[in-house]
Design a protein. Structure first.
Length: 92
């Protein structure tokens, strides 16, 4: 969340600088950004369908570890299962 707030703050600062300099921002309009978000979400449908066709469940854990980082650009926090697996790997 902190990364998003920093990004927003920097974007606001740049927007203010553009306004003071009276130049137009090269950023795409909000509607284009929403379309990009749709593309990122849509890319995750194919892996989900493949997973279902393989007979595997789509779990919250899978969504958080596989889909959310690809959509948000932020690395997923390790799940309890992964933490336990790493603990077992180090013990062996």
């Amino acid at each position: 969340m902190k990364l998003y707030l920093v990004s927003l703050a920097v974007g606001l600062l740049v927007g203010i600088i553009y306004a003071v300099l009276q130049v137009r921002s090269p950023a795409p309009p909000a509607i284009a950004l929403i379309g990009l978000l749709g593309m990122l979400i849509g890319e995750q449908i194919v892996p989900g369908v493949k997973r279902l066709m393989a007979g595997e469940a789509i779990t919250v854990s899978w969504l958080r570890s596989e889909c959310v980082p690809k959509i948000s650009g932020v690395e997923a926090k390790p799940t309890l299962a992964k933490a336990l697996q790493k603990k077992d790997d180090h013990a062996a």
